[in-house]
Design a protein around this ligand. Structure first.
Ligand SMILES: [Fe+2]
Length: 359
């Protein structure tokens, strides 16, 4: 079975390209209920970027608090229902923010045309109708949410994405100026999500020349940004990180993530850890699976004077570790990619618990 690759329809890239949003959206203004629905990271409320959002009086701008959790199915349903009952179906949904806000925008755009709760559609190709036009503007780079065909949502029963071709953005605006304000620690954790995407994409049975080409380029950029002579959170490196994130995401689309993301999902589900940080917590202990990647990752941490907590598992209850292990174990596509089709001979709930106990 070959994956049928769905890419973003249109991309604008470059410093100041946020300013092209008004022109891009003007073609859409008369669609559906003739208004736009902007979802914007709370961080930008009162900041300069807020005044640059091309919203007219009929549009709805909602600021989203993304701390401490990732988007939930309830949040998606609530946002959709409020707008639907008061104003109708928007002409476009625009997400301006990090991975969580972009995932929210993707999910909300699908839920305007698919009846019922978003929890009904958590999984692959369960969405029945194309969503409405949606535009993404990343203000944090790394998760690859700008390009992925998944909108990750936490539901009452599972943390699982709405995944289908229609999830992918119609338009993305990549303006590296927008990621300048990312705090130093977050800049590292989110960049490491990209780095880990590439390492995991490369190290598994689904890797191929297509996914490798993107991962190779993304890794090269990550090395310049985090280990090169000009390493650091600079404007030049922001230009690169935005592309690295996109390419890391493209690599994944045609390959798969692996052991680290499986463990990371458990940490997020049980302890609410943010995706990128949870990846870092897990990845540092995965030298058995990704020896070179983990060694290089640790050099990046040292270079940027970031130390990750150790001995976390001492405070965890046995049943919490067991719960996390079950979440991770059930991500069978990741183990299949990382270990191979006979992964169940090597990976058990107990062996996953042992990995959590290293943390
Ligand atoms: Fe990730």
């Amino acid at each position: 079975m070959h994956k049928n690759f769905k890419n973003i329809e249109k991309i604008v890239y470059g410093r100041g390209s946020f300013g092209s949003m008004e022109r891009i959206l003007s073609e859409k203004r008369n669609d559906n209920g003739r208004f736009f629905f902007f979802l914007v990271d709370q961080f930008f409320k009162g900041k300069e970027l807020e005044s640059r959002i091309p919203a007219e009086s009929e549009d709805s701008v909602q600021f989203i608090n993304v701390d401490p959790e990732e988007p939930t199915t309830d949040q998606v349903d609530r946002l959709r229902d409020e707008i639907l009952h008061t104003k109708g179906i928007p002409a476009a949904v625009i997400g301006i923010g990090g991975g969580s806000v972009m995932d929210l925008a993707k999910a909300v755009s699908l839920m305007f045309t698919n009846p019922g709760s978003s929890k009904l559609y958590q999984g692959l190709n369960l969405i029945r109708f194309p969503g409405i036009y949606h535009l993404g503007v990343p203000t944090i780079s790394g998760t690859g949410a700008e390009v992925s065909m998944t909108a990750v949502l936490t539901g009452p029963e599972k943390k699982l994405g709405l995944k289908c071709d229609w999830t992918v953005f119609n338009q993305v605006i990549l303006d590296p100026e927008l990621i300048a304000s990312v705090p130093q620690d977050k800049w590292l954790y989110t960049g490491m999500d990209t780095y880990i995407h590439c390492i995991e994409s490369e190290n598994g049975i689904l890797n191929n020349a297509f996914s490798h080409a993107y991962a190779e380029q993304s890794l090269k950029l990550c090395r310049e940004i985090y280990l090169g002579e000009q390493a650091g959170h600079t404007a030049d490196n922001d230009d690169k990180l935005m592309v690295a994130s996109l390419m890391g995401g493209l690599s994944l689309t045609y390959s798969e993530v692996g052991v680290c993301h499986a463990l990371s999902y458990g940490l997020s589900k049980i302890f609410g850890e943010k995706h990128c940080y949870a990846n870092c917590l897990a990845f540092q202990h995965l030298q058995d699976y990704y020896p070179e990647g983990v060694a290089e990752f640790k050099r990046m941490l040292v270079k940027h004077q970031v130390s990750l907590p150790q001995g976390l598992s001492k405070k965890w209850k046995e049943e919490e570790i067991t719960s996390m292990a079950h979440v991770a174990y059930n991500l069978t596509h990741m183990w299949n990619h990382a270990i191979g089709p006979h992964w169940k001979e090597k990976i058990t709930i107990d062996s996953i618990k042992e990995l959590y106990k290293r943390m």
